[in-house]
Ligand binder design. Structure first.
Ligand SMILES: Cc1cc2nc3c(=O)[nH]c(=O)nc-3n(C[C@H](O)[C@H](O)[C@H](O)COP(=O)(O)O)c2cc1C
Length: 189
């Protein structure tokens, strides 16, 4: 059965409208594994931690828990990222997660010609967000994740957003419904 990895960067938990959309998208999936970034509280890599991880890589110590998130990401059949639009991109917890999964010889590797090549199994990365305003011209979080998908060898990225949710006078339910209709199309309904 295909596994879907849900990377949950919806920092407001049950109050999050992004999370509401993610749950609707995921309801059509069978085998969903969730990584809850607000619960996980990952720490960004500093020089010493990055150096230690590199030493483990060189020594072939792939059983070390520092590689667990990367292995989980690399072996999933589909990736779903849920992240609110914060400061023109996404919460820092998602960037920290990417630091943890971006590991040479797990999510990507170098060919004999020295080219980086993605080695993840997933064929799609679906990015779901919601925004106080509108992302047009400043969709930096999604664009960054498209770069990461390309680096990791994931050929297709898809974008869902509910926009304008904090605009005074906006019909929030209408905006959420527009995103729901995109979700329904992605799920083939
Ligand atoms: C820390 C923070 C930063 C935000 N930055 C932006 C922003 O740059 N642009 C914008 O349109 N909305 C911004 N917002 C509003 C959120 O994008 C909006 O409320 C979104 O729907 C929150 O998603 P959630 O309900 O899933 O938490 C920000 C909200 C917070 C809390």
């Amino acid at each position: 059965m295909p596994t879907t990895l849900f990377v949950n960067a919806c920092m407001r938990g049950a109050q999050s409208r992004t999370l509401e959309l993610c749950r609707e998208y995921l309801a059509a999936k069978q085998d969903v594994v969730e990584v809850d970034l607000s619960a996980l509280r990952l720490v960004p890599f500093d020089g010493a931690a990055a150096g230690h991880r590199y030493d483990l890589q060189k020594a072939g110590r792939w059983d070390d828990p520092v590689f667990d998130l990367a292995k989980q990401f690399s072996s999933a059949d589909e990736i779903v990222v849920g992240a609110p639009y914060w400061d023109l991109s996404f919460p820092a917890a998602l960037k920290t997660y990417i630091e943890h999964v971006s590991v040479c010889d797990i999510t990507f590797h170098y060919t004999e010609q020295g080219q980086a090549e993605g080695i993840c199994k997933a064929q799609t990365l679906t990015y779901i967000t919601s925004c106080g305003g509108f992302v047009e011209g400043a969709n930096f979080g999604y664009e960054y994740m498209c770069g990461i998908a390309s680096m990791f060898g994931i050929p297709e990225t898809r974008f869902v957003a509910a926009e304008g949710l904090d605009v005074v006078g906006m019909n929030v339910e209408d905006q959420m419904n527009k995103a729901r209709s995109i979700i329904a199309k992605l799920n083939g309904r």
